[in-house]
Design a protein around this ligand. Structure first.
Ligand code: ADP
Ligand code: GLC
Length: 494
């Protein structure tokens, strides 16, 4: 049997447009699938940074896309290859919807674009048209791999459309974001009235892109086995746990991998010195360079102060409000803290105010900086992720690869990737980090204190580093699981 052909419908892809882990996955998974013989291609909206990208060399493959009868925007389909890869990318060129200053989902002040329902309704609809073999001379996918709510209407369009040949996989990266809009959107986006039902995309009187994806898709996947279980409970299920629990037999958790080429301390061009698990010497140079860059206390005595790194979106999910009350205690215990992130304006202001009171120990950089993120991974000693929930999480895996010990809450993909340091896990050499159970400032602080204590024991610390650096987080294993899932979907008869 030949390998399935897959259209990967996504709202972001590294290195073109990235707000979080979805972009990394949208780049790495199609690439790994292609290495395993699957013809995987990407479909994405034509945001400013994509249509004006100098190295993308996009060509027009469909001049006039007739998408919704009620909306008359000129739209075209473009085709290119993601630079330095062999991944084909289809781009929906519709300047009225996508070419504007700001991010993919929000304007520059952080407010959601008011026409997001239309912007991502169009993405979903074009994905479905591929699945109805609307573009036969371009690509005829067997599977439409729908990522997050932005592609969540594609399964509904296929369900109600003519000649739906492709199967659909709804891949949930984060159940907290659901794409919920007023009921009028159903008609606006040319969905049939019967779809607006409890057994459809209706969600507490509103319409939900994600519920559509969960309900009408052939299968649902999420990005770690633990998160797949968690979202079937009221705490993590965001009003959809019942539907997910009922869909349990068609719900799979597949752990994300990481891009081990770009995230490799032996070859990383962004860091001060390269190093490996067999020669860790370069790590200290990165620590020194990081302290200098962040203008932290660099005196001789600071050499014994561990640096705690954090790189993240500043949202409720990531647990910053739990960290803030204990920062001064963590600093008193001898650590330094380096944070790179952006998001919630109130959190940004509170963190900046803390940094201003102890600039020799705390550095806060607001914004997005890919290069700096590599330098933090290489230079920090500890990486902190006190997430309330974390569907998978990538930075804990980047950290282990860089010999930087993760301190994490036991949830989602963090629970599936980090092994707590205990006498037994030290003995059998599986310990890779420090894990705490309960959400709260006190439990977080205690876990950081445990890490600071072990940091003083140089031999044990080195062993933890080596255990982490020798883990295999490459995509191959996960991509093989996706291929098996695609193949099983193709065997399901309607
Ligand atoms: P999420 O998708 O929930 O944000 P992940 O851990 O899956 O969390 O992925 C986050 C990705 O975004 C990582 O690659 C991380 O390094 C990157 N990232 C987040 N914030 C920043 C930032 N301010 N600067 C650079 N990279 C960032
Ligand atoms: C989401 C999740 C994150 C996950 C990423 C990629 O943004 O918050 O945990 O790693 O998607 O799947």
């Amino acid at each position: 049997m030949s390998k399935p052909r897959v259209l990967f419908a996504t709202s972001e892809v590294y290195p073109l447009v990235k707000t979080g882990g979805l972009a990394d996955i949208s780049y790495a998974l199609p690439q790994s699938l292609r290495q395993l013989g699957v013809d995987a291609r990407i479909l994405i909206p034509g945001y400013t940074e994509i249509v004006h990208h100098k190295q993308l060399h996009l060509t027009v493959v469909r001049d006039h896309l007739n998408i919704f009868s009620s909306l008359n925007f000129p739209a075209r389909l473009l085709e290119g290859i993601i630079p330095h890869t062999d991944i084909p990318i289809y781009v929906i060129d519709c300047p009225e919807l996508y070419v504007r200053d700001g991010g993919p989902y929000q304007d520059s002040k952080g407010g959601d674009w008011l026409d997001n329902a239309i912007r991502f309704g169009v993405l979903s609809k074009v994905a479905a048209l591929f699945g109805q073999y609307e573009y036969p001379s371009l690509f005829e996918p067997d599977i439409i791999h729908c990522n997050d709510w932005q592609a969540g209407l594609a399964p509904a369009y296929l369900h109600f459309g003519s000649q739906p040949h492709a199967k659909t996989l709804m891949n949930v990266h984060n159940l907290a974001h659901q794409g919920v809009f007023g009921p009028e959107v159903v008609t606006l986006l040319n969905l049939p009235p019967q779809s607006f039902s409890m057994f459809g995309l209706e969600y507490y009187g509103l319409m939900s892109f994600l519920k559509s994806g969960l309900y009408y898709s052939d299968w649902v996947s999420t990005v770690s086995p633990t998160y797949a279980k968690e979202i079937q409970t009221p705490t993590f299920g965001y009003g959809l746990y019942d539907l997910l629990a009922h869909s349990e037999k068609r719900l799979t958790g597949i752990l994300n991998g990481i891009n081990v080429t770009d995230w490799n301390p032996e070859t990383d061009p962004y860091i001060a010195a390269n190093y490996s698990h067999t020669n860790l010497n370069g790590k200290a140079q990165n620590t020194l360079a990081l302290r200098k860059r962040c203008k932290l206390d660099n005196s001789r005595s600071s050499a014994t102060r561990p640096i705690i790194g954090m790189i993240t979106r500043l949202t409720h999910q990531k647990g910053f409000d739990l960290l803030i009350p204990v920062i001064s205690k963590i600093i008193e215990e001898g650590a330094q803290l380096i944070l790179l992130g952006s998001g919630d304006k109130e959190l940004e202001a509170r963190l900046q105010a803390i940094a201003a009171t102890m600039p020799e120990s705390v550095s806060v950089t607001l914004g997005y900086d890919e290069e700096f993120s590599h330098q933090i991974e290489a230079g920090a000693d500890i990486f902190l992720m006190p997430s309330r929930f974390e569907p998978c999480g990538l930075n804990q895996m980047y950290s282990m690869r860089y010999g930087t010990i993760p301190v994490v809450r036991r949830t989602g993909g963090l629970a599936d990737t980090v092994v707590d340091t205990l006498p037994s896990t030290l003995d059998n050499r599986t310990a890779t980090g420090f894990v705490f159970e309960e959400e709260g400032s006190k439990t977080l602080l205690n876990c950081v204190l445990r890490a600071l204590l072990v940091y003083r024991d140089k031999t044990t610390w080195k062993n933890l580093r080596i255990n982490g650096m020798t883990q295999d987080f490459s995509w191959k294993n996960s991509a093989e699981q996706y291929i098996a899932l695609y193949e099983s979907l193709l065997n399901i008869t309607a």
